[in-house]
Write a protein that binds this ligand. Structure first.
Ligand SMILES: [Zn+2]
Length: 297
């Protein structure tokens, strides 16, 4: 079965971590979250009518700290891990804009989870929750949520679980397609981070590595589909990404799926922009080079 049925009915089923075949949100069932199957991740309003449509503890402990947060959904307080940003050094961004820091990956810590009610969201937007969304979360998540306390230092597996809970909150709360696509992009970055960690540890668990590759690509595809819909229907910036950068990002996500013609189409759009900065130009050049290599070999 294909991973993609349609832009607005994305059902993914080839997760094989631990030998199981799961859907996107299967991991959340252990927390008491139900109704995780057959989730429509993205909603294309314009089409609706027609289609009805191993931790580095010593160093990490210097960087992370716990702070108290008040939950805007249930009003209870809980502790969450934050990053002392002054202690980490930014190195560069990868071609899909994943930021790389020297010796530490802060991405796992960017989602906040309330262990009382199951509300989860990106740190930056956590306090901004509409009444509508809070109501939906209470009914569809909190009602069954068993609660889970995470350690101060997160593994990639734990971080991915938290991000998926945030993504599920976004689905339940009808967040924009751009928001959901952005969460998918960050989840793909987490799978890559996990893979890089395995490499660093010289792990020989080939099955896990393969499963992580599949998952990374699955979330790349989701991010790509969601951003395509968001590009046509939402106002820029989308999750702080301006229009030119989004065109570039869509091109790179297409390339990662082997959709080279589509990638080139989006690259030519962004090249035509006068405002493209040098850093983005360099990345465009790199993506073009990679495509040329793929096509000629
Ligand atoms: Zn709460």
């Amino acid at each position: 079965m294909p991973l993609y049925l349609a832009c607005d009915t994305i059902i993914l089923q080839d997760r094989k971590v631990g030998g199981k075949v799961d859907n996107l949100f299967k991991d959340l069932e252990s927390m008491g979250i139900s109704g995780v199957e057959n989730i429509n991740l993205f909603v294309d309003e314009s089409k609706k009518e027609k289609s009805k449509v191993v931790k580095k503890t010593i160093k990490t402990n210097d960087i992370v700290y716990e702070r108290s947060v008040s939950c805007p959904v249930c009003n209870k307080s809980f502790k969450t891990t934050s990053i002392r940003s002054g202690r980490i050094r930014f190195v560069d961004t990868e071609l899909d804009l994943r930021p790389v820091y020297s010796g530490f990956d802060p991405i796992p810590y960017d989602v906040v989870v309330c262990n009382h009610c199951g509300y989860a969201g990106l740190n930056k937007y956590f306090q901004r929750v509409s009444e509508f969304k809070a109501k939906k979360i209470k009914a569809k998540i909190s009602a069954n949520y068993k609660g889970k306390v995470y350690p101060k230092v997160l593994s990639y597996e734990e971080a991915i679980e938290r991000y998926k809970l945030a993504l599920f909150n976004s689905v339940v709360g009808n967040d924009t397609n751009g928001t959901k696509a952005y969460l998918c992009l960050k989840i793909s970055w987490l799978y890559r981070g996990w893979k890089l960690q395995l490499k660093e540890e010289e792990s020989e668990d080939k099955d896990l590595f393969k499963a992580l590759m599949v998952q990374e690509l699955t979330f790349v595809r989701n991010a790509f589909e969601g951003f395509l819909i968001a590009y046509e229907n939402e106002t820029f910036p989308i999750m702080s990404i301006d229009q030119g950068s989004m065109e570039y990002l869509i091109a790179e996500l297409a390339r990662r799926q082997g959709k080279f013609d589509e990638s080139k189409k989006w690259l030519s759009r962004v090249i035509q922009r006068q405002s493209t900065n040098k850093r983005l130009h360099n990345k465009i050049f790199e993506v073009k080079e990679l495509i040329n290599k793929e096509v000629t070999t």
